[in-house]
Design a protein around this ligand. Structure first.
Ligand code: ZN
Length: 165
């Protein structure tokens, strides 16, 4: 089932999400729905807070909805040993009509759990590293709008208020 994607400045997008303690059937169903939603909306990543669940769970597929060749579901993901800086032009399913340059790390080390409770530990760089930083930001209550200049934020706030009417 495709889920409704929350839009900035909805409260849930600003909350710090709670760690996932266990994989329940409900969680698996949420994951299925998140994957469907991500692909349907032409995304390369989706974080649980974007569908109203304030928990540390993300799905990513850097190959996008056409190829669907690199799907990863990550529980309690963390990036460490981050290095290098890159400018990244990003959009977000929760911030329609907004795009902006964000400073990201070039590479880092990903640790997480998968749905079967296995440890995920891998070096990441390039596009995948950027997507992961974007999605982990969501788990910490940060969107690309929050990372933009105050002026850009104010302009987008006006735009978003119009849509909400
Ligand atoms: Zn996003």
């Amino acid at each position: 089932m495709k889920l409704n994607v929350c839009r900035w400045p909805e409260e849930v997008l600003a909350d710090k999400a709670a760690p996932v303690e266990e994989v329940t059937p409900e969680l698996r169903e949420l994951v299925d729905n998140m994957i469907e939603t991500m692909y349907a909306d032409d995304g390369v990543g989706l974080a649980a807070p974007q569908v109203g669940e304030s928990i540390r769970l993300i799905c990513v597929d850097q190959t996008g909805p056409k190829e669907r060749a690199d799907l990863m579901v990550l529980i309690n993901p963390e990036l460490s040993d981050c290095e290098g800086r890159v400018d990244s032009e990003e959009g977000c399913l929760s911030c329609p009509g907004f795009s902006g340059k964000v400073k990201r790390y070039e590479k880092g080390k990903l640790t997480a759990k998968d749905l079967d409770g296995n440890d995920v530990c891998m070096d990441v760089d390039g596009y995948l590293a950027i997507i992961l930083q974007h999605e982990i930001d969501h788990l910490d209550g940060v969107t690309i709008v929050d990372r933009a200049s105050r002026l850009k934020q104010a302009m987008y706030r006006k735009k978003a208020a119009k849509w909400a009417e």
